[in-house]
Write a protein that binds this ligand. Structure first.
Ligand SMILES: CCCCCCCC(=O)SCCNC(=O)CCNC(=O)[C@H](O)C(C)(C)COP(=O)(O)OP(=O)(O)OC[C@H]1O[C@@H](n2cnc3c(N)ncnc32)[C@H](O)[C@@H]1OP(=O)(O)O
Length: 211
């Protein structure tokens, strides 16, 4: 876990302007960066070194010029959708692949290859776990306004087509439903041409007490 709350981190850390400029040159990312977008850039919290031993996999091991040198996250602007339909737990039912709550762009280089010019499936699973976790935490903090910490209990990944390297991808993540401490989320990973590369379903569980 962290020495700070997720809310402290996401509100205090800065979004890298270099990452914004990098993805702003890509047609598939530009609509989200536009000022009129329903999405706002937010820090990819786990890419930041917090001066402790947290998040070393994402801020060090796969944060280099030949692994995943760039990652840029976006969250739906609060109030961007007025009075969306909700279920009995207040979960926004309009969310889905066409209306994801949280979006991440990643530049993926050959340092994460399994086969030649192909990203390793384990790295894609890690990307799903992290971005689904960020989506769940952001939804918890900014929409549900609940306390606590969420941990991954299960993650199911379906690989539809190889992810070539180097390439840029978009990962769309959204809340599907919530049952008490159980948060169910879904995700899609697509390439720059909008082709579906992989999908995921996950279960995050809120801890009964702080770690
Ligand atoms: C910024 C944040 C980004 C973070 C993204 C990355 C997050 C991570 O990778 S975390 C690291 C990997 N995950 C872990 O280490 C978690 C290890 N597991 C655990 O600690 C525990 O099993 C934990 C906390 C998930 C659940 O334990 P606990 O709270 O005791 O659950 P428990 O009371 O047994 O079960 C609660 C409910 O969940 C269900 N459940 C528990 N585990 C699972 C599971 N693996 N699959 C399906 N359902 C499960 C139970 O059936 C029960 O359901 P119901 O209430 O309907 O009967």
């Amino acid at each position: 876990m962290y020495n700070h709350t997720y809310k402290e981190l996401i509100t205090k850390l800065q979004v890298s302007q270099e990452d914004v400029d990098f993805f702003a040159n890509m047609p598939f990312a530009r609509p989200y960066i536009d000022n009129t977008s329903l999405y706002q850039p937010v820090p990819f919290v786990s890419r930041h070194d917090k001066g402790d031993l947290s998040d070393k996999f994402f801020n060090k091991a796969i944060n280099s010029h030949d692994t995943i040198p760039r990652a840029l996250a976006f969250m739906q602007r609060p109030g961007s959708l007025h009075s969306p339909p909700t279920d009995e737990n207040g979960i926004d039912l309009s969310q889905g692949a066409e209306n994801p709550f949280f979006i991440t762009f990643c530049q993926i280089e050959s340092g994460v290859n399994g086969y030649i010019d192909t990203a390793h499936g384990g790295v894609l699973a890690a990307l799903f776990d992290e971005t689904l976790g960020l989506c769940a935490e952001s939804y918890r903090v900014f929409v549900s306004e609940e306390g606590g910490h969420l941990l991954t209990a299960s993650l199911q990944v379906s690989y539809r087509s190889p992810v070539r390297t180097p390439s840029a991808v978009i990962i769309k993540t959204w809340m599907r439903r919530k049952e008490g401490r159980k948060w169910f989320l879904e995700a899609q990973l697509l390439d720059q041409d909008g082709l579906l590369k992989a999908e995921a379903k996950s279960l995050y569980i809120g801890l009964k007490s702080a770690l």
